[in-house]
Write a protein that binds this ligand. Structure first.
Ligand code: 5GP
Length: 124
């Protein structure tokens, strides 16, 4: 079910619980700003989710309210995760789903990193 991007942040969403360690995940990276873990239902050989530690519903919310430090830290974390996964040489894709038309299902901002095979053109 797509989320309502205008709803307030719900601290019981699955990624909030995962951040607090209440549910398990296979973390591949964490720093002051972000945590990264494998998607539970990977859509490519490498499918990693990167989330900010801050409470933001979506990219819209994050880009409007996050501090410059949070935005820079999150952007650098995404690059670091992709490098750590060995994706730079062959390339990869970063995707944000936002709201209903974007098909966003979890109401805590997350960047998808896809890689490990040719990904086709843009939107499938
Ligand atoms: P969205 O459609 O919101 O952009 O993507 C949500 C992603 O979260 C999906 O790719 C889905 O497989 C993943 N996901 C949902 N629940 C869990 C979970 O409990 N653990 C992990 N690791 N991934 C999840």
């Amino acid at each position: 079910m797509p989320i309502d991007p205008t709803a307030p942040y719900d601290d019981q969403n699955i990624f909030a619980r995962l951040l607090r360690g209440e549910i398990p995940s296979t973390r591949v990276y964490e720093d002051e700003w972000a945590v990264a873990f494998h998607d539970i239902a990977p859509q490519s050989p490498v499918h990693i989710l990167v989330i900010p530690r801050g409470a933001y519903v979506s990219w819209d919310d994050f880009s409007a309210r996050a501090s410059d430090g949070e935005i820079a830290g999150f952007a650098r974390a995404i690059g670091q995760v992709a490098r750590g996964a060995g994706l730079v040489e062959n390339g990869y894709r970063v995707l944000y789903n936002i709201g209903r038309d974007g098909g966003q299902e979890v109401a805590h901002l997350h960047a998808h990193i896809f890689g490990g095979r040719p990904l086709g053109r843009m939107i499938g």
